[in-house]
Design a protein around this ligand. Structure first.
Ligand SMILES: C[S@@+](CC[C@H](N)C(=O)[O-])C[C@H]1O[C@@H](n2cnc3c(N)ncnc32)[C@H](O)[C@@H]1O
Length: 237
């Protein structure tokens, strides 16, 4: 298991928003405060750090969607970008023809910045946890995509939140996210437990490029996971 210090160290050289002040037990308010301060500089900071993950992440997402729902037109795939931030995934999704995308984020300022990119249909300010997210019905989405959010070291998402992610996905839909490679042991047991229960099936696990600048704090790659969800009691897509 990663200790919080191990998983978080080093980013402060590149990121001006105080990400390094967050930790495994950070509260919703602390997360909002960090990203609220960071929202305006976020895209510039990621670019200066050589962050390249968004395009390859969406390429692998596209492959997973083709496996899970081969006959569904891309523009009809209802997608939630969970922890959408300033909308960098939304831009890449749009380029690949996924135009039915809602943004969900706990930080209103990040949602405001993402709105300017013109790639999302709806904006939902909510904190995704294991609890029911108000305003989102069972099976509302065909897919969740999420980048930089499934991380326990910063207190963003903890494994029990997988159940809430599954609730909002239709039968046969896809849950897709990245986990920093050193944090995988923190999530692997829960991912396996859901697979053992027959609630989802792993359809993709791959490394994609993350940062292209030489620095020990900046991993070269990140690991993406795509799961297909099975709701025995619900209709297929
Ligand atoms: C590292 S940023 C990633 C932003 C974007 N997905 C990207 O790849 O550039 C994490 C984002 O997730 C949001 N966030 C963190 N925890 C969250 C939660 N539990 N529910 C909803 N949003 C969350 C933060 O406000 C922030 O905008």
């Amino acid at each position: 298991m990663t200790t919080p210090g191990e998983a978080r160290g080093g980013y402060e050289k590149f990121f001006t928003g105080g990400l390094h002040t967050l930790h495994a037990s950070s509260t919703r308010e602390e997360i909002e405060e960090c990203y609220d301060k960071w929202a305006d500089a976020y895209d510039k900071d990621l670019m200066s750090a050589g962050c390249v993950k968004h395009e390859p992440m969406v390429r692998v997402f596209d492959e997973a969607i083709k496996i899970a729902m081969p006959s569904k037109p891309k523009c009809q795939v209802r997608i939630m970008d969970m922890g959408s931030g300033t909308g960098l995934l939304g831009v890449e999704l749009n380029k690949r023809g996924y135009t039915n995308v809602d943004a969900l984020d706990v930080t209103q300022k990040m949602l405001d910045v993402s709105r300017e990119k013109g790639v999302y249909t709806k904006f939902i300010c909510a904190h995704l946890t294991e609890a029911r997210t108000p305003g989102i019905e069972d099976g509302d989405y065909n897919a969740i995509i999420s980048s930089g959010v499934v991380t326990a070291a910063y207190g963003h998402i903890r494994p029990p939140a997988f159940y809430e992610m599954m609730r909002v996905i239709s039968d046969g839909g896809v849950i897709y996210f990245n986990v920093r490679t050193k944090e995988i042991p923190d999530f692997r047991p829960s991912m396996k437990e859901l697979e053992d229960k027959g609630l989802w099936t792993l359809i993709k696990e791959e490394q994609v490029p993350h940062y292209n600048i030489e620095d020990p704090a900046l991993p070269k790659s990140t690991t993406v996971f795509a799961f297909q969800v099975h709701h025995k009691e619900r209709h297929a897509i």
